[in-house]
Design a binder for this molecule. Structure first.
Ligand code: FE2
Length: 569
């Protein structure tokens, strides 16, 4: 059975599952080059069909959408328009778009050059709840099918902001849902907006700033925006007004009037203290909620998805408090934001027809790869000086040991927001100033934000305290006391790192690079930042990689078996 999953919204994406295996998973921003892009994922769909060896959308068994109802664009492209009751529907949509201050477009019709995605058998198109798609992304990527609680926590989707589910076997059952009076994601994002970072993008910056502040130095005036749970009950709803949506260059930016009020707190108490209090509130709210439900149900296995779960400090806090909370399993889907909805919807539909017995996700390399031949042709046409090597890992490690900034472009692109060694910018973590060096020459981002490391799996206990297997940079850990001084460029101010443990069988070329760097320097760990500059999506194509190479202070770039040295140009 082949299922195509489609998410149309911010972070639009498509994914394809065949016989339980994830063949492709990619978000449209990588093709459109609009970060968090909300356009229809047409190029992503085309890529998924190609990767599955299918010629037509009608060759898939099901098309599984990540929302309860379809957008006007989806209805047009897939030929799903229901002409009956059209007037009522049109008026409803007009009112909705006016309320949201969006532009209403009537009589949408496709240009002739669009791909033919008209679905002949409409019964193969299935709509799913946004939060159920999140729940499925987490549940159907875990090791076992044992009974567990599933928490889906985001800003909002299909009128849910937070939901608790129970998964067992192939079934996911809703236990409880909350709407806007319990939006943990919106509360945190209001603070992000007040700090003048983009809602739905800058939350990682708020989290990165938080350890510089003291939560007690911001008053409890901030607390009313966060819901309060006692046990499994919502005892104090959060105080939120109207949500608005702004479309900036194809990317949705949600925002709230309450951000103005929080901005006053930022002026009064300081940016870092407001961020610190928001982070503390977030962690306490989620831990209270999880503890309450674990106690109520007696279920000790918990899995998570939804954009809030991108907060690695929250995930660490849950892990560190696992005994108090009473949990024995914590699985966070590694692409928990809305770009992970397409794969959630696809897996959900697949397991409606198949037994789920556990299907642990091994990697996130769901995007396009480019062959050596394609790469060389691209280099030739640009008349660049390049070299070939049979062992790029060794050559790159030698440059890293000489403190060079190296771009590493190999194999299939990662889905989700983290670079995991296929579209990465690498540097030695050994010198404290390297954080500033990489910011000054390549990344151009805020100086307080930490960089993350990749390390060989075998050395995890050398660098990380009280760790568990973590391959996707979805949680942070404390660094061991003996290594804190050794790798200063990747240790955050609070002594934590957000690591990727690299296994040889999952990514042999990247593992060899880190291992070779270890043989040269004694430290089996490298600084790994996503291959992009601030504000842009992660690079997909070699031509974008070369453009970034010459637009920045990168010293070298490796593309497949080819490499270029900046000083030779
Ligand atoms: Fe969501």
């Amino acid at each position: 059975m082949t299922v195509l999953g489609i998410h149309h919204g911010h972070d639009s994406s498509a994914a394809i599952v065949k016989d339980g295996a994830i063949l492709a998973d990619v978000q449209e921003e990588r093709f459109s080059r609009v970060k968090h892009g909300a356009s229809l994922p047409l190029k992503s769909i085309a890529y998924c069909l190609k990767e599955a060896g299918l010629n037509s959308i009608n060759d898939v068994d099901y098309i599984s959408f990540s929302n309860q109802s379809n957008t006007e664009e989806i209805e047009s492209v897939f030929g799903l328009k229901n002409e009956s009751g059209g007037l009522k529907k049109t008026i409803k949509k007009m009112l909705y778009t006016i309320m949201r201050k969006e532009v209403y477009i009537s009589n949408m019709k496709l240009p002739i050059y669009y791909p033919d995605y008209i679905v002949r058998d409409k019964s193969k198109c299935i709509n799913n709840h946004h939060h159920l798609s999140h729940a499925a992304s987490a549940y159907f990527t875990r090791k076992s099918a044992e009974k567990c609680l599933i928490f889906t926590i985001d800003g909002a989707g299909d009128k849910f902001c937070t939901a608790i589910w129970m998964g067992e076997g192939s079934k996911i059952e809703l236990l409880k849902s909350y709407y806007r009076d319990a939006s943990i994601g919106w509360a945190y994002s209001i603070v992000t907006e007040a700090l003048h970072w983009i809602h739905g993008d800058g939350e990682g910056k708020t989290m990165g700033l938080a350890p510089y502040g003291d939560p007690s130095k911001c008053s409890d005036e901030l607390d009313k925006y966060f819901p309060v749970f006692k046990g499994d009950e919502l005892v104090t709803p959060s105080s939120l007004g109207q949500d608005y949506c702004w479309n900036e260059g194809g990317s949705y930016q949600f925002h709230f009037d309450e951000a103005k009020e929080v901005e006053k707190l930022v002026e009064k108490y300081g940016r870092e203290h407001v961020a610190a209090r928001a982070q503390k509130l977030l962690e306490e709210v989620v831990i209270n909620l999880v503890s309450g439900w674990v106690k109520k149900t007696g279920i000790k296995r918990v899995v998570f998805a939804g954009g809030v779960m991108l907060n690695v400090k929250l995930n660490q806090r849950i892990w560190n408090n696992r005994n108090e909370i009473g949990i024995i399993e914590q699985h966070v889907f590694p692409n928990p934001g809305d770009s992970g909805l397409a794969i959630g919807a696809a897996l959900l539909q697949y397991y409606k027809h198949h037994d789920f017995k556990g299907n642990e996700i091994k990697n996130l390399y769901g995007g396009p790869a480019y062959s050596n031949e394609e790469i060389e042709a691209m280099l030739k046409v640009r008349k660049l000086k390049y070299h070939y090597t049979d062992n790029p890992s060794k050559v790159a490690a030698e440059l890293l040991a000489k403190n060079q900034i190296v771009a590493w472009f190999q194999g299939r692109m990662e889905c989700g927001p983290r670079a995991l060694g296929n579209r990465s910018i690498l540097m030695s973590p050994l010198k404290p100033e390297n954080k500033d060096v990489i910011n000054k020459w390549v990344k151009f981002r805020e100086g307080f934000r930490p960089f993350c490391p990749s390390l060989t799996y075998e050395k995890k206990d050398v660098y990380l305290k009280d760790n568990r297997d973590e391959f996707f940079m979805i949680t942070s850990f404390d660094v061991t006391d003996e290594k804190r001084e050794a790798i200063p460029a990747v240790v955050h101010v609070d002594g934590t790192v957000r690591p990727q443990m690299v296994q040889k069988e999952t990514n042999p070329r990247y593992w060899e690079l880190i291992n070779e760097f270890g043989n040269l320097t004694g430290e089996y760990i490298v600084l790994n930042s996503s291959f992009n500059v601030m504000g842009e999506p992660i690079i997909n194509h070699p031509k974008e990689a070369i453009k970034c190479f010459f637009d920045s202070g990168l010293d070298a770039i490796f593309l497949g078996n080819y490499y270029l040295i900046k000083s030779e140009h």
